[in-house]
Design a protein around this ligand. Structure first.
Ligand SMILES: [Zn+2]
Length: 148
């Protein structure tokens, strides 16, 4: 399992995470997901689509994507022959590891990139994928394409 994204996508997501501090931010990576000959899932990001954190309380620890915003993002991706491949969110003053809340609210088949922001500066990020039985997340490799 791996997700390939451009330098530009991760830079935009990190900037949004830092600007939103101390609140969590969220957004989508739109792109294509396919399986290669060895059966390995390969997701390739085309662009980043930031969205608003709709959570009215406890935005330091929680994020909520408006179902309509999700639908809009999906429709936009659809019309371009693409799909939502990853949901990005930040963890202010918290490691880039999924919380129990994240596990309960995640869907299998999508990648979840978590950006850790400490005192307003991003300190790292990792990508995760929920197992099909929804029991836990597996970390997945992030490949950064510097050329795009
Ligand atoms: Zn989280």
């Amino acid at each position: 399992m791996a997700i390939q994204i451009s330098d530009k996508i991760i830079t935009q997501a990190i900037k949004q995470a830092e600007t939103s501090y101390p609140h969590e931010c969220c957004g989508f990576i739109i792109g294509t997901a396919s399986t290669d000959q060895s059966g390995e899932l390969q997701a390739i990001g085309s662009y980043y689509l930031p969205c608003l954190n709709e959570k009215s309380e406890n935005r330091e620890r929680r994020f909520l994507i408006d179902p309509l915003a999700y639908q809009d993002a999906e429709d936009k991706a659809d019309s371009e022959g693409l799909s939502i491949i990853s949901i990005v969110h930040s963890h202010p003053d918290h490691p880039d590891i999924p919380s129990e809340f994240d596990r309960v609210h995640a869907w299998p088949g999508l990648s979840y990139i978590i950006i850790s922001v400490c005192s307003g500066a991003a300190s790292g990020y990792r990508s995760w994928r929920l197992t099909d039985d929804r029991e836990h997340f597996d970390q997945e490799q992030v490949r950064i394409d510097k050329g795009v």
